[in-house]
Ligand binder design. Structure first.
Ligand code: NAD
Length: 269
């Protein structure tokens, strides 16, 4: 791409941190933002998937992607990962706090404290740390955009039996995003939260139902065509375009918003 074309792109000269960038929604967002000119730091647990995304993006535009091996729930590693990103790219403009797991699924009385804490640390503490360590750098730029991935679960839907840890983290992320939006508005840092419905990704690999789950499940018949706008789950790319909108100046007056992206699924079920 010629430097002339590159400089006209929406995210030219901007740097984004994307957590959970090795797969699914994070991966699609990394591709979308990089395609539109951003440098992207791909935060994920070390695995082939993240290095494959890194290679793909660097092939598209040399040097635009950096994979960082980090567990987002680990404060020391997150602080170091953010420091490395700033050293490498010179600053941060966009943070997509997206990494998450489904975690242990079961009756509350049968979930172990470790089950509960694991989901909370990755989904909720991971979100807190993603903001905690990047906010000083966003402020230093004079403006910025943070996007947090929540879910319709815990916000619009409560019929996923046994998902109390997950749903609690997803509800918590919405409150956290709104608190952060108000706190950061005077620094021109916007914070928005997105709540996807079913999206085709690898997230099911992280679902760990425990044996006792059947005891609390109330049979629910989901209507045919449960995603009325589509013929099935959404695609990660659908979510990535929303992330790009919220990351860009096209949404410059939007902060503290919760945007549901589910093809009307949660209105029906
Ligand atoms: P995914 O499993 O395809 O991708 C998630 C990525 O996060 C993976 O690459 C994984 O390695 C990474 N990750 C997990 N724990 C991590 C940790 N501790 N540190 C660093 N990286 C970690 O799943 P996805 O569907 O793309 O999920 C992204 C977000 O979207 C999650 O927060 C999830 O709760 C949310 N979400 C997904 C759906 C859906 O249907 N797929 C619906 C609503 C919300």
């Amino acid at each position: 791409m010629s430097p002339n074309v590159q400089s006209k792109l929406r995210f030219a000269g901007k740097t984004a941190i994307i957590t959970g960038a090795g797969s699914g929604i994070g991966r699609a967002a990394a591709i979308q933002l990089a395609r539109e000119g951003a440098n992207v730091a791909l935060f994920d647990l070390v695995n082939d998937r993240t290095s494959i995304v890194e290679r793909k993006l660097n092939k598209m535009r040399e040097g635009c992607a950096l994979a960082v091996d980090v567990d987002t729930s680990d404060p020391a590693r997150m602080e170091e990962a953010v420091r490395r990103t700033v050293e490498h790219f010179g600053g941060i403009d966009i943070v997509f706090a997206n990494a998450g797991i489904n975690g242990s699924i079961g009756p509350i009385e049968d979930l172990s404290v470790e089950d509960w804490q694991r989901t909370l640390s990755i989904n909720l503490t991971g979100t807190f740390l993603s903001l905690k360590y990047t906010i000083p750098h966003l402020k230093a730029r004079g403006k910025g955009s943070i996007i947090i991935t929540s879910s319709i679960n815990g916000n619009r839907r409560f019929t996923s039996f046994g998902w109390s840890p997950y749903s609690t983290t997803k509800a918590g992320q919405v409150a956290f995003a709104k608190m952060a939006a108000l706190e950061l508005a005077k620094f021109k840092v916007r914070v928005n939260v997105i709540s996807p419905g079913a999206i085709s990704t690898n997230i099911d690999e992280t679902t760990e139902p425990i044996e006792e789950l059947d005891a609390i499940t109330i049979p629910i018949e989901f209507p045919e065509g449960q995603q009325p706008l589509a013929d099935g789950p959404g695609k990660p790319e659908d979510v990535a375009r929303l992330v790009a909108f919220l990351a860009s100046d096209d949404s410059s007056h939007i902060t503290g918003a919760q945007i549901v992206i589910d093809g009307a699924e949660s209105l029906l079920t």
